[in-house]
Each structure stands twice: as C-alpha cells, then as structure tokens.
Design a protein around this ligand. Structure first.
Ligand code: G4P
Length: 530
C-alpha cells in the first residue's frame, strides 16, 4: 500500500482567530508573502477592492465590506505545506466560525497590543479550549504604543485562563519598536526597514551577551530589556512542549504584521511547535493519519450558491487520512453509498482553483448535489467508520420568520431548510403547532440579514423577521420528560427542533437555574448534536 505519511507530516493546518481589526488579515497576508505565494503585500487582501478577493462569494459581503464565510488558504514555506483556515472577523459571526475551528489542528490568536484580549477572541478561544488544541499568541501592532508587556500577559492569563510563555520579548514599542529578544537563543533580532511592510526586510541577530548588543539599541532600551528579562525569567512559566500540545500553555510572540516585524520568526517557531495532522476520534476509536492509509474526511461546512449562475453547493471537508484524487469514488457513511467527489477545489492565495491531489490535513471543497450534511464522514477504508459529530452551537439570537407572500410557501420551506442544512441558521418550531410558525436561531445577528438576503435573492421569497427576546437555548436531554408537566418560568418558551426534540428558550440565565431547581432530575444541554 502507498505511504503518504511524508506528505502528511509536512502539513500544518491551523485557524487564525482574532477580534476584528487586530490584524488577522494583515498577518495572513504576510505569511503568504514569506511563503512566496504572493509577490507583494497588499495584493491578496489589502485595501478596498482587494480586501475581499478571497471570500467575495456572496454579494452581501461585498455590499457590507465584511467577510461572512470563512475561507481556506494553502501555501508552502520551508518544506511545510500550510493550510490556514480564516475565520470571519466580523463581530456577528456564525456557527461557521466555530465549525472551522473543528477542522484545525491548532489556532493562532492575534491580539492587538494596545487593546489586549477583546470580546470576540474570548468567544473563539473557548472553542479552542474545548478541543484542547494548541493555541499560539501573536501580539500585534507593536509599532504602536502598546500596553505594558507584563500587563498584556496577565490579561491573557486572567481573561482566558491559560498559562502563557513568551518565546520572544519586544524591544521597545511604538516608534521605538526595534525588534525582539529570542529567549531561547538569547539573541536580539533587530528588524530593518521593510518599506512599510511591502518587502521582507533583513533581520540582524546579535547575542545579548556581546558588546555589539549594547550599541545596537539605545542604552535605555538595553537596560530596560535586561531588567524585564530578569523579571520574566523569574515569573513566567517554562516552555513545555507537552503542555503546548495539550492547549494548556500558549507560546507568545510579539511583532507588527504591518511592518513585517517578527512575522517570520513567529512563523518559523510556530511551525516547529505546532503539530502535523492530529488523530481524530471516530466510532471505531482514534483514526491516526500516520497509521490509517485509506482516505477519510469529514464535512465541516456547506456553502450553497457560491456561484449564482450555477446554483452550486460546495461541501468543505477536512481530509483526516490518506490521499485524495480528483474524481475518486468514496463511501459516504451517512448516505450509505458510494459517491464520486467531483470538481475538487482549494484556495490558493487569492484564487479558487481545481486540484488533482490532496492529503490528510488538507481542506478541499467538493461539488455537493445536496447529499452531504455537516459532520458527515467519507472514506474508502474497508472497515467503515464515522468521525465524531460536530456539536451544534447554541444560538444566542432568535426571531420568528414569516413569508410576506403566503403563496410562496413551498419556496420558503425549501429555502429555509437548505440554508439551515448549511448550518448558517438553526430552525425550530412552536412546541404544539407544526411548521406554520418557524423560529430561527442564530449565533450572530448578521445571519438574520444573510437569511433575508439569500431567501430574496436565491429563492425569490420575501420574509419578515420578528425578533424574540430569548438569549439562551437548552436541549432537554432526558427523553422521558413529560413536557406538559414541566414547571417553567414566565419568560420560558417551549419549542422543538426539526427532529421533534424538545427545547427550552430563556430570556436570562437566572431562569435556567430556576427551571432546573423546579424540575428534579431535569438535564439540560447547551449543545445539540447535528
Ligand atoms: P482583521 O483582519 O483582524 O480585522 O484586521 P486587519 O488585518 O484588516 O487590520 C486592521 C487594521 O489594522 C488595518 O488598518 C491594518 O492595516 C492595521 N494593522 C494591521 N496590523 C498592524 C500592525 O502591526 N501595526 C499597525 N499600526 N496597524 C496594523 P486599516 O486602516 O483599517 O486598513 P488599511 O487601510 O490599512 O488596509
């Protein structure tokens, strides 16, 4: 049998997360610059027109100037084959963002050095922690006046509850940001002009113990660095690769994506510390890409109508083991039959393009004739297995949906079901009535606009959305519970999902506690299974 382990070992598949404006796009672009995937920074996602080149699949993204879907980029660097999963930076992001994290083996968290941990990072971080994947921190915008470095680390540790270990340390900040001190090599890495970040720039490395070090930066900066290093060595956690791998310790790096300072050194360290594709849990136990030779993958995202002219549907899958060849036949576990994976595509720098071959760790999008669902497994292993499902994240916003023209009932049901299948929205029904009343739940409110827009444009159905005050949803885990006898609170609402499973909506978390107290043995869960 063929052995693909060398190809798989080269792969690094990570998600990049941040609060909007922290510099995720800029950092991604600089990675591509160092990887040689683009010639000049600014040509992938820079300003205005170029900004959405990568993911302008939907008109709404262009109109609003935001990124709704997450995209995947692949590039090569220093013998590694790197897959970056970009997560939408907008504050109203969707479940898609969470699911994207399911397809990654590690995460890079970009933090604005002048702001510290912000709301969005906190949310995304929670999902990374849930998966125990390694998390690397890049503290960006050091070319601007930053918060005190120790305070920044404190902030991460307190806000996110994870230990940090600075791999390097900034030498100055703002206009005085000269470079970083590498704690392992004990070298000062001094950055040179990068023509506002458009070129790669030179890095001069000088040992801190050499005479030269004292003259390369100002006396005051040198003295401050020495003092901070001494403090740091005494106070910070020691580097421990095992803890990093378990997601218990985050290596921290400093830099400025805009001027390229610290970007390459980060990339080099990161690639060594992060992992090649990890084993994944299935109903047959762990599937290890280094041992399993047959192709296997799971679907983590479905995107319909990316090309309006063709009304196509693309299923994005993460290959977990083996080799993928365009047009190959594989067994679709949930569908119970063989399917041909056609029109495989991948994102390379700014373009979507067809691919012939891919390996464990890679992300591909294949044409979906409407048969795949999120979480589905595909494999050509003789011993069939299914990867663990992807949790459905709890929506936080709810609205009642009505179509304006009641004659268009059929299109409305079709559209809303298809969009729900993609996982952008979740649909529910009133507990005691049928499909007459549909309640939509979303993770980010922007998805309401996306739903309205897409129903109008793709299904020709106009809808009215009536926001509901609920913010919390709980699935009822005990099957035996008699819903009529459930003792609720005045702000609680009973609904059911499309599989007729009962759920409860609450306005505040206090009511959840009340209901639990009032109904002995009741088990509520925040996550449903898709
Ligand atoms: P995001 O994807 O995380 O939302 O952030 P993005 O990279 O788009 O960066 C947000 C803004 O911050 C951009 O400025 C970008 O140029 C700037 N930026 C990114 N990294 C750095 C850095 O290291 N230092 C400084 N000083 N600024 C940085 P903008 O004015 O919104 O856009 P643009 O006109 O510069 O493209």
């Amino acid at each position: 049998m063929a052995d693909f382990t060398n190809e798989i070992k080269k792969r690094r598949t990570f998600a990049i997360i941040s609060h909007p404006d922290a510099g995720k796009t800029t950092l991604t672009e600089k990675f591509l610059l160092y990887g040689g995937a683009i010639n000049q920074a600014g040509s992938v996602k820079g300003k205005a027109t170029a900004k959405h080149a990568v993911s302008d699949w939907m008109e709404i993204e262009k109109e609003r100037g935001i990124s709704v879907t997450s995209s995947v980029l692949q590039f090569q660097y220093d013998g590694y084959c790197i897959n970056i999963l970009d997560t939408p930076g907008h504050q109203d992001f969707s479940e898609d963002t969470y699911r994207t994290l399911m397809a990654a083996d590690s995460a890079v968290m970009v933090i604005d050095g002048s702001k510290g941990v912000e709301a969005q990072t906190r949310k995304l971080f929670k999902v990374c922690v849930m998966r125990h994947i390694p998390i690397f921190t890049f503290i960006n915008k050091m070319d601007r006046e930053a918060m005190d470095t120790f305070e920044l680390l404190d902030d991460i540790e307190k806000e996110l509850g994870i230990a940090t270990c600075p791999i390097n340390w900034p030498i100055g900040s703002g206009k005085e940001f000269r470079g970083v001190f590498d704690r392992n090599s004990r070298e000062l890495e001094i950055f040179s002009d990068t023509k506002k970040g458009t070129s790669i720039g030179e890095v001069e490395k000088v040992s801190i113990d050499s005479e030269e070090a004292k003259s390369i930066v100002s006396e005051a900066q040198f003295a401050q660095l020495e003092e901070e290093i001494e403090l740091l060595d005494g106070a910070s956690a020691e580097f421990d690769q095992e803890m990093v791998s378990k997601g218990e310790l985050s290596p921290v790096f400093f830099g400025s994506a805009l001027t390229n300072f610290g970007v390459e050194t980060f990339l080099q360290h990161f690639l060594k510390m992060t992992t090649s594709p990890l084993p994944r849990m299935s109903d047959k136990g762990l599937i290890d890409p280094m041992k399993e030779e047959d192709f296997s993958a799971f679907v983590f995202k479905i995107q319909a109508n990316m090309n309006k002219a063709h009304r196509d549907r693309i299923a994005f899958m993460r290959i977990c083991s083996g080799e993928f060849k365009a047009g190959m036949d594989v067994f679709h576990i949930q569908g119970g039959r063989k399917v041909r994976l056609s029109q495989p595509q991948q994102m390379m720098a700014s373009e979507r393009h067809m691919i012939d071959i891919a390996y464990g760790g890679d992300i591909i999008g294949v044409f979906d004739p409407g048969i795949f669902s999120i979480g589905d497994t595909l494999t050509n292993s003789a011993e069939k297995f299914a990867y663990e499902g992807i949790p459905t994240f709890a929506p936080e916003h709810f609205a009642r949906v009505r179509q304006v023209d009641t004659m268009k009932r059929k299109q409305f049901i079709k559209g809303i079901n298809e969009i729900a299948q993609e996982g952008a929205i979740q649909i529910f029904q009133e507990f005691n009535t049928g499909m007459e009343e549909i309640i939509v739940g979303v993770v980010g409110v922007l998805q309401f606009d996306v739903l309205k827009y897409r129903l109008e444009n793709e299904y020709n159905v106009e809808i009215r959305l009536e926001p509901l005050p609920y913010e919390h949803i709980r699935w009822i885990e005990n099957e035996e519970i008699n819903m009529d006898k459930l003792v609720g609170t005045s702000d609680m609402k009973k609904i059911k999902d499309l599989k007729d499973r009962p759920l409860l909506l609450f306005v505040n978390s206090w009511s959840i506690r009340m209901v639990l107290e009032r109904n002995e043995g009741l088990k509520l869960s925040e996550f449903g299974r898709s």
